[in-house]
Design a protein around this ligand. Structure first.
Ligand SMILES: *[C@@H]1O[C@H](CO)[C@@H](O)[C@H](O)[C@H]1NC(C)=O
Ligand SMILES: *[C@@H]1O[C@H](CO)[C@@H](O)[C@H](O)[C@H]1NC(C)=O
Ligand SMILES: CC(=O)N[C@H]1CO[C@H](CO)[C@@H](O)[C@@H]1O
Length: 439
């Protein structure tokens, strides 16, 4: 398995940057699916300093009367979980047929399991407003299968250049990742993205990231469940790259890496009412690897619960990069047995040693407003760069205490290095190391 690239479970790629019209599909299907998830929404606390940014503009759903349904069963899919349903081109043909019709529906019917190899669904010549309705299960081939083209594939289900696509339903997308995880080699570099709404579905056991949105505009992901084990490497829940106007809400994410990862080129990202755990928490970065320039701005993360994650809300940058992270707000974040709830790490390094360098991706205007709950190691860790100290950090209404049963945990106090900003009481424990003024 060494050297094999690891495919991301599911991705959507849009190479043009215009605004996406979002369609919500059938509300009744959505409510039915969501009934089994249990995210309890809490309103944002009073006294939030800014109103939440608007979610992407929603358009009315297409008229059901105008839609036609194309079931993969009618295009030769078997759905027995053993026959390769990409070989007979069932998915490709159903996609092409649905594509030719405005507001159509490609149906992956319930009670079937479709074994599917790597496939790209290209929307260039599609009529707009298609629904990709997943009510059954789409299953990836096991790691050693020849379907993976000698491991050259870095993505599994790719949606490219799609307009107004809604990926929806009560079904599951299952990446069968366990054999990849034990393979231990992660070389995949999937470029992925979307111009779509993703709702209702479950995405589980990806070999690598579960859902990636790359080069997307006005995307909405909601009522989605992501599930893979705590020890599955590099299995980010939702990975965002170069995407603007993304709304992720009412979703439940359990995985072995970042719950939501926000990378270079992302702005106007709104994450609300999401539960994370296990996993590594919600992360901006790592940015600036190998001297890269990276920009992330205008990110709001609100009404979040994190249970047993390694970090809560984190910004991580490599030494030697340039660019900035700015205007970030973490509001109403509830942590439970999280190792380190609040983290800025401008010395991020995922291997043993990284050489010291002077430049850094700057971090400015980051507010933490209402972060409460329990930690197992350290409440606050703000390790900022000597060359580019963090500025405009606000800690307001922080109530963090050690887990009750902290046996086996080595508790540490808040840590700051070159971190500047303000503390708005109450902040418990006190974070005296956050200095008011940059020198
Ligand atoms: C956290 O997860 C554990 C194990 O899955 C569960 O027993 C516990 O109830 C959860 N706690 C909260 C606060 O959700
Ligand atoms: C980097 O700098 C730190 C702090 O000055 C020092 O402790 C560490 O040894 C340096 N690491 C390398 C690889 O030079
Ligand atoms: C990238 C992409 O596909 N953008 C399209 C999203 O949908 C809107 C509305 O249909 C189009 O105008 C965009 O071109």
């Amino acid at each position: 398995m060494r050297g094999r690239s690891i495919p991301d479970a599911f991705l959507a790629n849009a190479s043009f940057l215009a605004l996406l019209l979002l369609f919500t599909g059938s509300p009744s299907i959505f409510q039915h699916c969501f009934a089994r998830r249990e995210f309890h929404h809490r309103p944002p606390p009073a006294g939030s300093h800014h109103p939440p940014p608007p979610a992407p503009v929603m358009q009315p759903p297409p008229s059901p009367a105008s839609s036609s349904t194309f079931s993969v069963l009618d295009y030769g899919a078997v759905g027995d979980g053993a026959t390769d349903d990409t070989k007979a081109s069932a998915f490709g043909d159903a996609w092409s047929a649905a594509c030719a019709v405005r507001a159509s529906k490609l149906l992956v019917p319930a009670s079937y399991v479709f074994l599917v190899g790597p496939i790209t669904f290209t929307g260039d010549s599609c009529e707009p407003n298609m629904a990709f309705q997943v009510d059954g299960t789409i299953l990836a081939h096991a790691a050693g299968s020849t379907a993976w083209n000698s491991g050259a594939v870095t993505q599994w289900l790719e949606f490219k250049n799609v307009r107004g696509l809604s990926i929806q339903g009560c079904g599951a997308i299952d990446g069968q990742g366990s054999e990849w995880w034990s393979g231990g080699s992660v070389t995949g570099d999937a470029k992925i993205g979307a111009n779509v709404t993703v709702m209702g579905i479950t995405i589980r056991n990806s070999p690598r990231f579960h859902l990636t949105l790359d080069t997307c505009r006005a995307v909405e992901v909601h009522d989605v469940a992501v599930s893979s084990p705590r020890d599955s490497p590099n299995t980010d829940g939702i990975h965002l790259a170069a995407s603007v106007g993304v709304s992720i809400h009412h979703s439940i994410i359990a995985c072995g890496d970042d719950c939501i990862s926000i990378q270079d080129g992302c702005s106007d990202v709104f994450v609300r009412s999401v539960h994370c755990g296990p996993g590594h928490g919600i992360s901006i970065g790592g940015l600036g690897k190998s001297g890269a320039t990276a920009f992330v701005s205008d990110v709001t993360v609100q009404d979040i619960t994190l249970n047993q994650t390694t970090t809560g809300v984190r910004i991580k940058t490599w030494q030697g990069g340039s660019g900035s992270v700015k205007n970030v707000r973490f509001t109403d974040v509830r942590v439970s047995a999280v190792k380190t709830p609040i983290v800025i790490d401008q010395y991020y390094c995922d291997h043993a040693t990284c050489t010291n360098q002077t430049s850094a991706v700057a971090v400015t205007a980051v507010a933490y407003q209402g972060v409460t709950g329990t930690y197992t190691e350290r409440p606050v860790y703000l390790a900022c760069s000597d060359a580019a100290p963090c500025s405009g950090i606000q800690l307001a209404d922080i109530q963090l205490s050690p887990v009750k049963d902290n046996s086996g945990h080595h508790l540490q106090g808040p840590f700051c290095w070159k971190a500047y900003g303000e503390v708005v009481h109450p902040v418990e424990p006190p974070v005296d190391c956050l200095r008011a003024v940059a020198p």
